[in-house]
Design a protein around this ligand. Sequence first.
Ligand code: COI
Length: 355
Amino acid sequence: MIDIKITPSKDKKKKPDENNLSFGKYYTDNMFIMDYTETIGWHDARIVPYQPISLDPAAMVFHYAQESFEGLKAYRTANNEIQLFRPEKNALRMKSTHNRICIPEIEVDDFVHAVKTLVSVEKDWVPSAEGTSLYIRPFTIATEAHLGVKPSNTYMFIIITSPVGAYYEEGINPVKIYVEEEYVRANPGGTGFIKCGGNYAASLASQVKAHEIGYSQVLWLDGVERKYVEEVGSMNVFFKIDGIVYTAPTCGTVLPGVTRMSCIELMEKWGFTVSEKRISIDDIMNAAENGKLEEVFGTGTAAVISPVGELRYKDKVAKINNFKIGELTQRLYDTLTGIQWGKLPDDMNWITKVD
Ligand code: COI
């Protein structure tokens, strides 16, 4: 296990109003850093005051986007305990991201140890207002100064933390989603299944277009036939049609979300049939027309469980469940957040406590 040297900031920032955090606006007093070189491997793990980092302008991350990131949260329970939700799943996904884009792996135990140690140092920053948490953003960047295209031989792994409220302005109220036909997010053999910044850069043009016409997010179709639903900008997506729950399979073009996986486990435990076979946007719009599209919701660490109240595809608009949160969506939200904030017992063994 890595040894972490802790030199925390002597200055404490003023904490923001917990009832007005929104998402990703405030950063805590300290950050975690670890370096990689070919000769030593990952080394010099440390917690230092939150500060700008200095990189050579030729650092490869700026040119060829060799970068990975993760997102997880720390929650404060009513007993003032701090807990994480399945951090080892984020560590495993980061390993898979690193393998795809040729970044050296970080061991699961080291990743979890780094997250736990930083959160423990930043304990006072974990908010307690309803629906708030400390968002944790681990990321790795290629730092070698080199303009030829090849894997970097040096990297930095950094973790920053940010107290957050709801990701969407709508909170737990339904969001409106625009089905994108022009651009695609991922293709087989590409990077759709990993968490790298480039995937998100490529999504921005569609997001801007959706915002301009009053939609919060984009629903992506598959890149080959532009027919099957895949995922939404910052979350996986589920459709309940005539009692059966559908979500896209994670076989190469869809992000394997930790919240997605947890929702599937919960729904299966409750006796629902969850189909991970591909489903077309036409089938979904037809189900809406025939009154069979019962619920649509997104899942993600940042978004938690987000009901979808409207889908727009070409010139068709489907209103879902009268723009109200559905019964299953509410049950998933209550159960998942109940476990995360320690209001419900951790029956699934998903919680890691932070000392
Ligand atoms: C998350 O849910 O943690 C994400 O990383 C999604 C997003 C904010 C990019």
